[in-house]
Write a protein that binds this ligand. Structure first.
Ligand SMILES: [Zn+2]
Length: 242
């Protein structure tokens, strides 16, 4: 059964009682100006240039790296509440700068969509409470995604990673306050159209962020160094203006 919008998450009480909402961690952003890969499942060669994606079970932070930690819709197990309880602790680490990847997948996940939605809502509650953005995996579930954002009155930035859609969908999501990150498979027309002030790039599982920059650079005729500057500044903005 999906949680109703009025249900009280046990995590709210946990943080309010133990930490106090005012002390909910605002991460140290001293070096987040260097991040030009918003989502990677691999460690970057230069620490601090990518947000490394890990599950709660795999989170063993290394000096100088930034992380996102969460439950991918493919990785939700029957004991997801135990997985979430691990995430609660990890999420407070100062080098965890985003929550996720989390989200909805109506094509490739073996977990029923109502369970995915319940787990997604818990990530949203956590993101809102500790003021860290969400990195979101969404496949064939954008209507549900937008409905949940509205229903929960979520204010934190959400980044849709691996965005492959066109300009109309990009605009619709942008209007709803979402950011889109682009990786290996993308719509070239979109890259030509969107303002570099809104561009986010990622290596995801491929470990080849320089290739992505070369591809996008040749598509929109911007120098790689200029692109990196824009993307790093956009990521820094999202992480610090929350
Ligand atoms: Zn990913």
């Amino acid at each position: 059964m999906a949680l109703s919008k009025d249900s009280i998450s046990p995590y709210d009480a946990y943080f309010a009682a133990i930490l106090g909402v005012d002390q909910a961690t605002t991460p140290s952003h001293k070096r987040t100006t260097m991040i030009y890969d918003v989502h990677s499942h691999n460690y970057p060669t230069v620490p601090g240039t990518a947000i490394v994606q890990l599950t709660p079970e795999a989170f063993h932070p290394q000096t100088g790296h930034f992380y996102s930690v969460g439950l991918h819709p493919w990785d939700i197990r029957d004991d997801w509440r135990t997985q979430m309880s691990k995430l609660l602790v990890m999420a407070l680490h100062t080098h965890v700068v985003m929550i996720g990847e989390t989200g909805l997948d109506k094509k490739n996940s073996s977990t029923p969509i109502d369970v995915q939605m319940e787990v997604f809502r818990e990530h949203i509650r956590l993101s809102e409470l500790i003021r860290k953005p969400l990195i979101v995996h969404c496949v064939k579930a954008f209507d549900e995604l937008l409905a949940i954002r509205k229903e929960m009155k979520a204010q934190r930035p959400w980044i849709i990673h691996g965005f492959r859609g066109g300009i109309e969908q990009w605009k619709q999501l942008h209007r709803a306050g979402l950011y889109m990150s682009i990786g290996h498979s993308y719509n070239p027309e979109l890259i030509k159209t969107i303002d570099p002030e809104h561009l986010l790039l990622e290596s995801d599982v491929f470990n080849d962020i320089e290739t992505i920059y070369d591809l996008v650079s040749s598509t929109n005729n911007l120098e790689v160094s200029t692109l990196k500057h824009h993307v790093a500044s956009n990521i820094h903005h999202i992480l610090t203006h929350i």
